[in-house]
Design a protein around this ligand. Structure first.
Ligand code: BGC
Length: 638
């Protein structure tokens, strides 16, 4: 019994122990689960960080990424994104992060101390590193004017200026050149190019004619769209595309002589007559074509439209461009242009942003800009919605260009684009006169005399926007070929090539069968090239005369950014070639002069006979009814 009780008691105790053990285990499991779940659950802070950083996830759509990022941004961070500053105006590098600046640019000629591809890459890598220390780590846009190749970096191949590409009329070639430019830009860390130029120049007196393809909106639309595709399309081996900028919106090129608001200029930054029919039929179509090709930034011109600066026209910037053309990218103002719309800086800023400007190329004082937009927003005269719209557009471009996903390139090497450039030069030449089939020249001629300021000068043949804003004078660029060197490389060893810039030779007592005068304009950019009478320099006119005296026949090659007034001289020339501003590959000119390649170019703009005919209307008919020297699309071939 005792035993039994004892057994029962023992077994009861045993049962109690088991129940106890089970209960303890259950308790332990529940506790571990509850505590574990609690411990493993992200804290509120961690959760918000994850949401905040979700914009870095490239699996999300661009729209989702924009929304997530925008919802995290303070008003101050948004306003910072709207500022575009010239690099030399950054007072303290940390300001990039403190103000959350949207972009930096190198104004033409503003380069790193070490002006090499490595120097550029280092400069921009350092700026990006500062930008990513900001709370949201939004990368910078970095813009340059690589308008004819990455020509600000000595050693990069310099392509023909756009007017020469207009003469080729070849969209595939333009695309290839833009892609080659993008590769060089990517290597140096630049993600934004202020090209292509879609101006439609109607007046050779304007100092920017060469920056445009043509005055023909159809040709400009075709080549502009091709340029955008080339620049913005990443291809195998490239890390990211480069953003194109369509400039200058719009009606630029049709400004009237002597209307410039810049006291140093005559036509640049002048007045375009407000004409809705011209807007719809001429000025907008090239922009539409390039936007359809994917362009995500448009730069507003510094000109006046009718009676006010275009920068304050809500009707055109928002109504036409954003609403009617459906442009989803961002509108950037040109150099200091935001302050052109009104005498007072605060009012000018408010008017431009409300008209539709999204990013402001200040390019100097970002602190005042941030203060002005902040006040205007607090006063309710720049709405939250306008700021959100502007910033969304800027972020769209940044996401699309892969700025958040791809770091600055680490392979810093400029591509050798010389063969491509030489082809482009050859295709851009326009043969306007060829008496007695003088061209092509024989390679085994006994004696050729060469003269002219542009024969042995890479600076002149490259034009402005080459290393410096106003270009350089002389043979300062590595790996470049002058036109003279190109000529020398074509002829047989027995050919005597004599060169004198002035056309004066010690051997002048004997006549050479052929003279080649390579003459032209010295480089100029923007309104500094406005000229009442664009003619050849008197030294070059004299050099041609000197050459004519000592050669049986003379070929004149004009190196210029525009047609020049040559009606008084051209009859005495045996052959005439327009070579535009060919860039570093002078060999391309010689290829065609000596028949290795055919003449393929045609005039992209009409060539007037007199200054009185200017400006020439798009249909090519002069307003006074007189005949042009050569109509648009003239061009002989062999
Ligand atoms: C020009 C633009 C250029 C900008 C940045 C301005 O003076 O008008 O074409 O992109 O400077 O260098």
């Amino acid at each position: 019994m005792k035993l039994h009780r004892a057994y029962v008691l023992a077994s009861k105790k045993c049962m109690n122990v088991q129940i106890f053990t089970v209960l303890v285990s259950v308790f332990a499991i529940v506790t571990i689960f509850v505590v574990g779940t609690f411990l493993l659950r992200p804290s509120a802070d961690k959760l918000s960080v994850n949401i905040a950083m979700a914009y870095k996830n490239s699996d999300l759509s661009t729209d989702e990424r924009i929304q997530i990022l925008l919802s995290q941004m303070t008003t101050a961070e948004k306003i910072g994104q709207m500022a575009l500053v010239e690099k030399n105006s950054i007072q303290n590098t940390t300001d990039i992060a403190v103000y959350g600046l949207g972009g930096l640019l190198s104004g033409a000629g503003s380069k790193p101390t070490d002006n090499t591809a490595v120097g550029w890459n280092q400069l921009i890598t350092d700026y990006q590193a500062v930008a990513t220390t900001s709370r949201l780590g939004i990368p910078l846009l970095y813009g340059v004017d690589a308008v004819h190749g990455h020509a600000l970096v000595p050693g990069a191949t310099v392509f023909p200026h756009q007017i020469g590409l207009g003469a080729t009329g070849d969209a595939e070639l333009v695309k290839a050149l833009a892609r080659a430019t993008a590769r060089d830009l990517v290597a140096t860390g630049v993600n934004w190019n202020y090209a292509p130029n879609l101006d439609l120049p109607t007046d050779i007196r304007w100092g920017r004619m060469y920056e445009a393809f043509s005055d023909d909106p159809i040709l400009t639309a075709r080549l502009g769209a091709a340029y955008v595709r080339g620049l913005q399309t990443a291809s195998t081996g490239e890390t990211a595309p480069v953003l194109a900028t369509l400039k200058h919106f719009t009606g630029v090129g049709a400004m009237q002589w002597d209307t410039s608001t810049n006291k140093n200029f005559k036509i640049d930054q002048g007045v375009t007559l407000a004409d809705n029919e011209a807007l719809q039929k001429k000025y907008l179509p090239p922009f539409k074509a390039a936007i359809d090709a994917g362009a995500l930034s448009v730069m507003v011109g510094l000109h006046t439209w009718g009676d006010s600066k275009l920068i304050v026209s809500r009707e055109i910037l928002t109504g036409e461009l954003k609403d009617r053309l459906g442009f989803k990218g961002f509108v950037v103002s040109d150099w200091y242009g935001v302050y052109e719309g009104a005498g007072n800086k605060f009012i000018a800023t408010v008017r431009a942003i409300n008209a539709g400007v999204d990013m402001v190329m200040l390019p100097f004082d970002y602190k005042t800009f941030v203060r002005h937009v902040t006040w205007a927003n607090r006063l309710g005269i720049i709405s939250d919605a306008r700021i959100d719209d502007a910033v969304s557009r800027i972020l769209r471009a940044k996401f699309t260009a892969g700025l958040f996903d791809v770091p600055v390139a680490t392979e810093v090497k400029l591509v050798d684009n010389r063969a491509l450039a030489r082809t482009a030069v050859a295709q851009s030449l326009v043969l306007l006169k060829n008496n007695d089939a003088l061209l092509p020249l024989k390679k085994n001629l006994r004696h050729i005399r060469v003269a002219g300021s542009a024969a042995d000068n890479v600076g002149i043949q490259s034009g402005a926007w080459t290393v410096e804003w106003q270009g350089v004078d002389g043979n300062l660029l590595p790996n470049a070929t002058t036109i003279l060197a190109g000529i020398r490389a074509q002829v047989t060893p027995g050919t005597n090539i004599e060169y004198s810039p002035t056309g004066e030779y010690k051997t002048a007592s004997t006549k050479a069968p052929i003279g080649i005068a390579v003459v032209g304009e010295t480089p100029y950019a923007e309104g500094w090239g406005d000229r009442a009478y664009p003619i050849l320099p008197s030294a070059d006119l004299q050099a041609i005369k000197n050459l004519q005296a000592v050669c049986t026949q003379v070929v004149v090659v004009i190196v210029s950014g525009r047609p020049l007034l040559i009606a008084n001289e051209v009859d005495s020339w045996d052959a005439l070639v327009a070579a535009w501003l060919p860039g570093t590959e002078g060999g391309g000119v010689a290829d065609v002069l000596f028949g290795g390649k055919p003449f393929m170019g045609t005039l992209p703009v009409p060539w007037p006979k007199t200054a009185e005919q200017l400006p020439v209307a798009t249909d090519g008919v002069t307003w006074d009814g007189t005949a042009l020297l050569f109509p648009r699309y003239s061009g002989l071939s062999y």
